[in-house]
Write a new protein. Structure first.
Length: 104
């Protein structure tokens, strides 16, 4: 039996909800990329990583409550995806700080 089938039976949720849960990072990427890049550029890399830490900690904390309500797991997945976008956008900022373009 597939994991999605087992999850739908165990938590009595629609299969679409379970499948959309696996697409959380893909859905959040185009929505959060520009605000995350703006925060990383204007506020700084350290502040951006702290924002990612807060969102991912809250999201993973909510995901631990899957046995209370399944929607808390879904909400936690999307909140952690919000923080993950900051981490995915940080390598370009890090590289530009580490290897600045020399002025000729």
């Amino acid at each position: 039996m597939a994991v999605a089938d087992y999850t739908t039976k165990l938590y009595k949720v629609d299969r679409l909800v379970v499948n959309l849960n696996s697409l959380a990072y893909t859905i959040m990427q185009p929505i959060v990329t520009f605000p995350a890049s703006y925060i990383l550029d204007q506020v700084g890399l350290k502040a951006g990583m702290n924002v990612a830490l807060v969102f991912m900690s809250i999201g993973y904390g909510l995901r631990l409550l899957i046995n209370v309500q399944f929607w808390l797991f879904v909400l936690g997945t999307y909140i952690s995806a919000l923080g993950f976008i900051f981490i995915m956008n940080s390598p370009t900022k890090f590289a530009s700080n580490w290897f600045p373009i020399s002025q000729v």
